[in-house]
Structure formats: structure tokens, C-alpha cells
Design a protein around this ligand. Sequence first.
Ligand code: ADP
Length: 179
Amino acid sequence: MNYPAVLIDRIVIKQGDITGEDVDAIVNAANPGLLGGGGVDGAIHTAAGPGLLQECRTLGGCQHGEARITGGYNLKARYIIHTPGPVYKGGNKRERIILTESYYNSMRLAKEHNLLSISFPAISTGIYGYPKEEACEVAVTTVLDFMKNENFVIDVYFVLFDRENTELYTSFLTSLKNF
Ligand code: ADP
């Protein structure tokens, strides 16, 4: 895994609540109904306000691994990109592929909308049960692969809620810098 430093340096790891991010888009670890839920999804709907649910109702849902974009409503972020990650069922149900698609399709929407900054949570590592270490590798490498292969550079923040994810992401990013 060899990535140019100019790309790795666009990634910042933070611990905190993604709803307060002052970026062009935050990513929501949604569920396929797109009508809100627990975890980060619930926090985003609460912070964004009822306009978000109204817009989500018009979208007709979203498959695992796909992504949809809405307004940010009461958030500082202009947009919210909603993507249901995979539900982890042991690792043989295309979970890694679906998680990769969630990050890839979120980046694709960011590119289509000419966004300059984006914040991701650790998709699928809460209620959906994806092992955190592998999820971290998928998240960081998919974002870097997209920037490299699609010639699209953006400020990327990984906003982690818990200390375990924060430490995993920090050490994985450090290992890439020293590769
Ligand atoms: P999923 O169903 O995709 O697992 P969850 O919301 O349950 O989604 O969890 C995804 C990750 O988001 C977990 O690591 C969880 O700790 C984290 N999380 C929960 N609330 C927030 C928040 N307000 N900001 C950032 N991350 C959050």
C-alpha cells in the first residue's frame, strides 16, 4: 500500500461528534430505509431537524453499499451523504466489498458535487457489528484509492466517536506514512 504523501496528508483523524463538523458534507451510516435510526444516524437526524426526514422520504430507500445525497438542513455541513454499510454476518457475505462500495460511492457523490471537504464516521462499526480494525483499513484505503485513481483530491476527516477507533485510525494512517 503505497500512497503519495500529498494524498495521505489530506486525511485528518478526529475524535468527536460528526454532527458538529463544519465541512461541505458529512456522511451518515444510514440504514436502507433512510428514515433515521439509532447511533450516528439518529444523532444526524436530531441535529439536522425534520426537513431531513421529509427529504429522505422522497428518496425511496437505498441499498447497502449505495449512497444518496441530501441537504444538511440545520447542520453546518451543506450536504449529508447517506450510505448504509453492510450488516456484518461473519465475513463471508460480501461485507468487505459492500463496505468498500459505501466509501467509494460516498466519494463519487463528493466528486460529482465538487465538494472540498468531507467527514466520515466509522461506517458499520456500531450496530452493524463490523470488526473495527478491518473496517478502518477499508475506510482509509478506499478513500485514498479513490483520490488516486479518480484524480480527485479533497480534505477528508474521519470523525470517530470512541477511543478504540481513534487509536486504530491514527496508527493505521501512521503506518501508511512510514510505508
Ligand atoms: P452502523 O449501523 O453503520 O454500525 P452506528 O451508528 O451504530 O452505525 O455506528 C457507526 C459508528 O458511528 C460507530 O463507531 C459509532 O460509535 C459511531 N457514532 C455514533 N454516534 C456518532 C456521532 N454522533 N458522531 C460520530 N460517530 C458516531
